[in-house]
Design a protein around this ligand. Sequence first.
Ligand code: COA
Length: 149
Amino acid sequence: MNSVKVHSFSNITTQKLSRICHIYNDNFPTSQWSESHFYSYFKSDLPIGYFLMAHGKIVGFIWGKKKEGENSFNLATLWVDSAHRGNGFASLLIQNFLEAAFRVSNKIYLHFRDSNDLKHFYSRFGFANHIIDGYYKNGEPKHYMEIVK
Ligand SMILES: CC(C)(COP(=O)(O)OP(=O)(O)OC[C@H]1O[C@@H](n2cnc3c(N)ncnc32)[C@H](O)[C@@H]1OP(=O)(O)O)[C@@H](O)C(=O)NCCC(=O)NCCS
């Protein structure tokens, strides 16, 4: 844990952003982002994101954005390198994210795929009001959870 550091996406270098885009695409094959989409997402209004560095390598990240015209914040992506799982790193990222997102909104919500059985995982952090909120393009049920301040 001591060798792992949390960094904010604010002031992130283009090189690191590009690396994170590649890691993201390698690990989320069903929702690929082009680099240009990735850059515009992070250069636009109010994204909040954190990434973890261990021994010069990016080993985790989280990000999300305020929903336009609403007082709610979407937790869009969470990932921890498989070699580093089970050490509380996702918890660390989520804590940082929730703290920052609740400074600018009253509700934080997320979606996850049926194949990622994460209802219990997210409920540990206070996410509740679970529903199936439609379907992904490949037909998988889309799970929804939220925390309301
Ligand atoms: C889900 C993920 C982020 C968890 O990362 P992690 O760093 O291992 O999580 P933590 O160590 O902080 O775990 C916190 C707690 O949740 C539990 N947990 C971890 N992954 C879990 C999972 N997939 N399902 C249920 N519980 C889980 C841990 O056992 C731990 O419990 P404990 O505090 O009693 O020990 C990681 O497995 C991952 O990146 N998976 C692939 C990408 C993904 O599914 N992202 C979410 C998409 S919405």
